[in-house]
Design a protein. Sequence first.
Length: 271
Amino acid sequence: MPASQPRSRARDRNNVLNRAEFLSLNQPLKGNQESRSSSRKQSGQAGAAGAQNTNPKERRQSQQLPEEDCMQLNPSFKGIAFNSLLAIDICMSKRLGVCANRASSWGGARSMINLLGITGHGIPWIAGTLICLVKSSTLAGQEVLMNLLLALLLDIMIVAGLQKLAKRKGPYDVTPGLLDYLTMDTYAFPAGHASRVAMLSKFFLNHLVLAIPLRILLVLWALCVGFSRVMIGRHHITDVLSGFVFGYLQFRLVELIWMSSNTCQMLISIW
């Protein structure tokens, strides 16, 4: 036993890892352990104190933020479909705007397309209706003309109100004309010319006796006037289609509030 102890001591002396410069490799320093444990405790206490100081509202908001982000990054199917149709409408309307300016592919025909559009303006139709009403001498004619005048005035007011609400601009930056400002047709949705010609064509088809060729020409005139507004870059395709729908609804409204012959005679006598 006494001989074995000196031998073990000699081995410990000869072992290189037992030297002072290599002790840190075998055993971690106590000071580092204490500093690490104290820093962990302090950070844990600070986190607990911060969690206690935060309000319940802030916690709810922090929990809801990822859900809100997910809702914004994942739109609904209806939103995707609506945006896709809107993009197709804008693209097709720009392609069909062949007379939007003089540099367009059909720029030379712009004056003729504008002349076709004038046939659907409200001011010439109101002026012509008033002239015919003054010259009319039959009760039936005066009744039809008075209701036509009512329909034209309603069309201007309804379209102007809808355009002020929507405030949609056309596919091209085209300045409205003088007649457009007079009829308050300065925005794109719905197309005032389309609603007017649709209402007029339906009105004439119902209250005038016309031959079949004239009926076909009347419908073709309404379609040409409506889509001429797309060609000059004032309206989108959906603006014109919605204008046709609103024109038909205005015709139905006038039919519901149709003024009788006695009412028309009373208004004419007052005027």
